[in-house]
Structure formats: C-alpha cells, structure tokens
Write a protein that binds this ligand. Structure first.
Ligand SMILES: Nc1nc2c(c(=O)[nH]1)N[C@H]1C(S)=C(S)[C@@H](COP(=O)(O)OP(=O)(O)OC[C@H]3O[C@@H](n4cnc5c(=O)[nH]c(N)nc54)[C@H](O)[C@@H]3O)O[C@H]1N2
Ligand SMILES: Nc1nc2c(c(=O)[nH]1)N[C@H]1C(S)=C(S)[C@@H](COP(=O)(O)OP(=O)(O)OC[C@H]3O[C@@H](n4cnc5c(=O)[nH]c(N)nc54)[C@H](O)[C@@H]3O)O[C@H]1N2
Ligand code: SF4
Ligand SMILES: [Mo]
Length: 661
C-alpha cells in the first residue's frame, strides 16, 4: 500500500494505490476515512500521457525547441539570473506543489536571489480568506476541523459549490443532513450543492456583503447577538454594526434580489442553531469586494459566538497544498512559519536560519502586477512552476502579450498552453513520482509516497532548484539529499509559531497542526488578544450590462485539464465548452438550447454552446478551465480588476453581452 494525498482538491483525501494499481481511499485517513470522488481514479492512467521528456530550449520564440541536458539548462538559467537584476526576474508558483518544493523555491528566491518577486496561483484563490482571517483573528488558518462537521446542525454554503468542488467533505455534510442538520446554499446559480440543500437563496452576484450585513442588523435588532461573547472576546462590534445598519432587510432584499424571509431565516439559524458551520469558497473570494464579503461572514460568527463547539467560519481551500504554501509563505509577502517580509524580526530570524542576509522588506508585486511590469519591460524573465497562466489568469489577451515578450521558463510535467510561449521548458516530476507532504483544508499534513519512477528525465521541483543553486554557488544551503531533509529543515521554522509542526516527522503523518480548534481558549493572536470585527463595507460598482458572467468549475475536470482532460471518462458531458443560461433570458434574446453564442466583454470574446440552467436572471455561468485544444479560454473575456486588500482578481462578475452566432 503506497499512501499519498489526492493531487486535486483541498479536502486532502488520503489515498493509496492497491496491488492492481487502482486508486483507493485510505480508511485510516482523517480527511476522508476511505471515501474519494471520481477524479483521482483516473490519475494513474494519465500519469505518463503528454509529458515533457527532457529540457527544451529556444533563445528565440520564432524558432523550434532543441533538446538540451540539465547541465545546459542550469547554465542558461544561472547566466540569465546573474545578468538580470533581482527586480527583473519573477517566479510564479503553485498550491499544487509539495511543501518541500515550495520551501526550497521560496528560500532560493527570497533568501538567496534576494527578491520578493514571487507569487502563487493562490493569489487567484486563497489570498482573500488569508487576508480576512488575519484581519479578524490575527492569523491565517481555518479555526476548526472536519471533525466539527460531525456534530454541527446548521451548514451554510455561500459562494461554494462544494458538491462538485469538495465532494468528499460535502458527502460528510449530507450524512449529517440525514441526521437532521439543516443546509442552506447561497449562490446565483442553482448548483449541485443548492439541489441537495434544504434551502436555496438565489443571490445577485457580488452582493453578499449586503446580505450578511443585513443578517447582522436583524440579529442585533432582535437581541439575538451574544453580548457576553462580544464583550469578553472581541473588539470593534459597534463600528461593524454601524455599517450593518445601513442594510435593513427591505433594503438588502432589493440589492441582493432575495426575499426578506431569506434574511430572517439566516438570522434565525445563526441565533438558534446549536452549531453553525459556514463554508465558503470562490463566490466570496474572487470578488472586488472579496475581503469585505469574508469579513461580513466572520462578523456573524463573532456576533453570535459561533466558534469552536458552537460553530466555525470555514474557508474551503481550493488546491491540495495551498495550505502548505501559506505555511511556507509563498506569496509575495510571506516567509516560512506564517512570517511576513514586512516584519523585521521575521526577516532577521529567517536570515539567521538560512545563513544569508538582505531579505527584502517590501512585498513583491502580485502576479497580475507582474504582468504589467513585463509589458513595461521591467520584468524580463518569468519562471512558471506548476500553474498554467495562459489559461487561468484573467485578461488573457494581455497575458499572452506578456508571455510573448518575456524570457519564459515553464517547469511542468506536461506540455500545456503556457509552455507554448516558453523559451525553456523544464520537465518536472509530479505527485506519484516524488516524495513530500501536502496540507489539506483543515490543517492536516499527509505524506505522499511515490508509486512510480520519475518520467523520463523529469526531476522533482525541489531538486531542480537545489541543483541550480549549487551551480550558482549558493552551495551548502541547498545540498539536500532527500525531501525528508528539507522537511526537517522547514519544520524548525515553525517552532513556537501558530502552525507549529516542529515535533512531527514523516512517520507521524497524517497529523494536523493547531489541534482541533485553533483558538480553543478564545485567545487570539492579535495585539489585544481579542478577535476583531470589521465594518464590512459594500463597495461594488453596480454597472449597467446585459449580463453578468460568472465563471467557475466543472464536476470532473481539474482546472486547465492537463491531467483530467486526458481521460475520456472525465470529459464526458463537460465538452464542448458551454455556457449555462436562464431559459427566460434566452427567450428574450432569441437563443435556444444548443445554439452557439459569443460572449463579449470590453476585453475580449469567446464562443460557447448554450445550455439551459437555473441561473439567476441576468447572469450567465461559464466554466473557466478549457485550454485552447477545446476552444477559446474563458479568461479572454475577464478584465481582472482586483480586491484592494487581497489583490485577488474578481473572476465572478464580468459585464458582458451575449450575441447569437
Ligand atoms: N471538480 C473540481 N473541483 C475543484 C476544482 C476544479 O477545478 N474542479 N478546483 C479546486 C480549487 S483550486 C478551488 S479554488 C475550488 C473552488 O471551489 P468553488 O468556489 O466551490 O467553485 P467555483 O465554481 O469557482 O465557485 C463557486 C460558486 O460561487 C458562485 N458565485 C459566483 N459569484 C457569487 C457571488 O457573488 N456570491 C455567491 N454567494 N456566490 C457566487 C458560483 O455560481 C459557483 O457556484 O474548487 C476546488 N475543487
Ligand atoms: N475565470 C476564472 N479563472 C480562474 C478561476 C476561476 O474560478 N475563474 N479560479 C482560479 C483558481 S482558484 C485557481 S487555483 C487557478 C488554477 O489555475 P492553474 O494553476 O493554472 O491550473 P492547473 O490546471 O491546476 O495548473 C497546474 C499546472 O501544474 C502542473 N503540475 C501538476 N503537478 C505538478 C508538479 O508537481 N510540479 C510542477 N512543476 N507542475 C505540476 C499541471 O500540469 C498544470 O500545468 O485558476 C484561477 N483562475
Ligand atoms: S474530494 Fe478532493 S481530495 Fe478528495 S478525492 Fe475528490 S478531488 Fe481528491
Ligand atoms: Mo483555487
């Protein structure tokens, strides 16, 4: 039995390969107790399909690639990195790498190249909840764990289609529902999750802050807030309430397009439920108003004392190791052990620890800012590891221009849409071919054992960076003999921190940091020791448009389909690229199911086949992950305006027109 964590969603299911090479759920794993969904079943079958066999290079993007060996690849890279200034290079990494991989890359970039020009695809995903958690509780990290599902009696899914995005966790909730728990879903689309809920609130996209403020208003008016909890453990309630008072139910009902009774019901559930868990994901995160949406929801938990044994605001992690990335600090401001480059003590600690100096104190640009800097000619080398920005970043016409312009290194197991723009393609080994850990949504670390030798000449990501570091003369700091040595080093950076894993060894995993409840004693790592309310300000341009385009996920496909898209079983029903539309909206513009339409924004347009669905009037829903092999990527249409606090792009609200072809 070879155990590993599922390479797909953040539920972090423990899996293993049986004697016949089939993927099974690990009964002893606390995230899934043997359960699993369909996607990983087909992983071994695509492990070796369409892989990059060896390093490929072309100086000039007009010419063909030539095969090179690793030695030449390292020489090319070390030469480039020597000639360019630290501000002229940029690294874009991923929540799908192993912790050991990201730790080494982060150390290489922030500690030794001495630049904070690094970001991760978490910028498009978890930057918002990481920001909101820190604002409210003083630290990032989900306060409760999956165990808390098993005795909760009210579940809220807001901006989350967990039935397809986090299926095993959702099944755990459904089990509770059978036992009498009440499930509410809030979404502009009647999703799979909504279908299986007790109550569905079809909200107008972008307006959650108003709805949640209104619930706080009602709770307060009815005397249903937990005054004792507020006084003893929190601060800032009055200011938050003042903001909420702008939104009586009649007002909120109009702004959000929901019933007054929906708002009252939510208030009742928060007031009267025994234990209330709110799950949220990208419907709240990927929004211009994203951090405020998150805070408005956390405010409700604080106002009703819904923490620990009484509930939890539970941000669902998207990628399998985005939590590990947060522990390692891979965003442009982070350092290992939940440290921050802006904090001098944190920098000094890491400098001593790494035996280096000069870690920069200013966060680097985010990935969307880096695209601008490339176009301005200020970033000249971009190194992409484990993400596919040519499909997944917003405003793709602009991204394509930047990818054309920059010296592009793509480190990936597979050929993908981004490597089509590359100068240098580096074959990475993937999960199943390398050892290391990942951390799932509820802070559980799982050790992934390899079940195959690395494909062709591919190497684990940590090894590529360590070997380059040696060529560049960073020497001893990167002379790792195994991933375990890296883990042993990394874990020391967490000693005494909230994410302390310093006493865990590979042999102890799966295990979780932070205990069952991160704030079990209701003392919070804020200066005052109290959790903080924040006024959740609704600042969202209403804008006149024919339709609002929402983008999101497919049930059986993983993002840009480099693995799941190679499996015919998983493609069934998910191609050709489609758009979900309300039949009445279709009637008004003379479109039938099966018609082809063009979705047009200020920035670009894509062609899609119409499917009827229960989408709120005036909204349309399109999956985003299709690579060019299947049609035009959805993100050609998106503008990429960002939340001012988290700098996460809004990928869920694009004003568009729909034109019949
Ligand atoms: N099958 C599958 N599962 C996945 C992934 C995958 O690619 N495929 N990816 C993983 C990753 S990285 C992530 S981040 C997660 C994402 O998981 P989810 O966030 O659950 O997925 P999305 O489809 O992006 O968006 C969720 C819902 O938000 C709704 N929504 C849009 N705008 C609003 C709004 O303004 N308010 C509210 N209340 N709702 C809104 C959408 O209609 C959609 O139903 O999934 C993970 N799991
Ligand atoms: N419109 C719109 N856009 C979105 C979203 C949305 O909801 N709407 N969601 C956003 C979110 S939440 C996310 S998380 C992103 C996801 O967007 P991406 O990160 O671009 O999507 P993936 O297809 O998961 O890309 C992962 C890449 O890593 C490679 N890979 C897998 N394992 C390894 C490894 O071990 N090493 C290396 N080097 N490479 C590896 C895969 O082959 C693949 O090319 O998309 C974002 N973009
Ligand atoms: S629920 Fe998520 S982690 Fe679990 S098997 Fe499915 S994709 Fe993998
Ligand atoms: Mo994500």
């Amino acid at each position: 039995m070879i155990p590993f964590q599922c390479p797909y969603c953040g539920v972090g299911c423990g899996l293993y390969l049986d004697e016949r090479g089939r993927v099974r759920g690990d009964r002893s794993h606390p995230a899934n107790f043997g359960d699993l969904c369909k996607k990983p079943l087909y992983f071994p079958g695509v492990l070796r399909k369409g892989r990059v066999p060896r390093p490929l290079f072309r100086e000039d993007k007009g010419s063909d690639f030539r095969e090179i060996d690793w030695e030449e690849a390292y020489l090319i890279l070390s030469e480039k990195l020597r000639v360019l200034s630290p501000d002229e290079v940029y690294f874009y990494v991923s929540g799908q790498l192993l912790t050991e991989d990201i730790y080494v890359i982060n150390k290489f970039v922030k500690g030794f190249l001495k630049t904070n020009n690094i970001d991760a695809n978490s910028r498009l995903c978890m930057a918002t909840p990481a920001t909101a958690y820190r604002m409210a509780f003083g630290s990032d990290g989900v306060p409760c764990t999956y165990e808390d599902v098993d005795d909760a009696d009210v579940f809220l899914f807001i901006g989350s289609n967990a039935a397809i995005s986090h299926p095993v966790l959702f099944k755990r909730v459904l089990k509770r529902r059978k036992g009498g728990a009440f499930v509410v879903t809030i979404d502009p689309v009647r999703t799979e999750t909504a279908e299986m809920s007790d109550h569905f609130i079809q909200i107008r996209a972008g307006t959650d802050t108003v709805l949640l403020n209104s619930v706080l208003y009602v709770l307060h008016r009815r005397g249903q807030v937990d005054t004792e909890f507020i006084e003893r453990y929190t601060e800032g309630f009055e200011e938050a309430l003042k903001e909420a008072e702008k939104f009586p139910p009649e007002v909120a009902s109009r702004v959000c397009g929901v019933g007054v009774e929906d708002i009252l019901l939510l208030a009742d559930l928060f007031a009267e439920g025994r234990k209330v868990i709110s799950f949220w994901c990208q419907g709240l995160n990927q929004s211009l108003n994203g951090v405020m949406k998150n805070l408005a929801l956390i405010n409700l938990h604080l106002a009703t004392g819904r923490l620990n044994g009484r509930g939890c605001p539970f941000s669902l992690t998207g990628q399998p190791n985005a939590m590990g990335g947060r522990e390692v600090g891979y965003l442009s401001h982070g350092l290992p052990g939940y440290r921050d480059v802006r904090n001098r003590e944190d920098r000094e600690f890491m400098e001593r620890f790494w035996g280096t100096s000069g870690i920069r104190g200013d966060p680097g640009p985010t990935i969307t800012e880096a695209v601008d800097l490339i176009l301005e000619g200020r970033i000249k080398l971009l190194w992409v590891v484990g993400t596919n920005p040519a499909v997944s970043l917003p405003d793709l016409n602009r991204v394509e221009e930047a990818l054309e312009k920059v010296f592009l290194v793509v480190q990936d197991p597979y050929f993908n849409d981004t490597s089509a723009f590359a100068n240098l393609i580096l074959p990475a080994s993937q999960l199943g071919e390398k050892k290391g850990v990942m951390t799932g949504s509820d802070r559980t670390l799982t050790l992934c054992e390899p079940f195959s030798v690395p494909f062709s000449e591919s190497k684990p990501d940590w090894k590529i960076f360590s070997e380059l570091a040696e060529v560049m003369g960073f020497g001893k700091a990167f002379s790792y003999g195994s991933p375990e040595e890296i883990f042993e080093e990394f874990k020391k950076t967490t000693e005494g921190r909230i994410c302390d894993i310093s006493n865990l060894h590979y042999s102890d995993l799966p295990a979780r940091w932070g205990g069952r409840w991160l704030y079990g004693d209701l003392r919070f790592p804020t200066p005052s020791g109290r959790a903080r309310f924040h006024p959740a300000v609704f600042d969202f341009p209403a804008g006149e448009s024919e339709f609002v385009l929402i983008t999101g996920r497919l049930k059986n496909q993983w993002h840009t389909m480099t693995r799941t898209g190679k499996s015919p079983e998983l493609l069934k029903g998910e191609v050709p690229p489609f758009v979900l539309m309300n039949p009445e909206d279709c009637g008004e513009i003379g479109v039938e199911e099966g018609d082809r339409v063009r979705i047009v924004s200020k920035r670009g347009s894509v062609e899609r086949v119409v499917r009827f669905g229960n989408v709120k009037r005036g909204h349309i829903f399109a999956p985003f992950g299709y690579p060019r092999e299947f049609g035009e990527p959805t993100n050609l249409v998106l503008t990429g305006r960002v939340d001012p606090f988290s700098k996460e792009p809004d990928l869920k609200f694009e004003p568009v027109k729909v034109v019949k072809i």
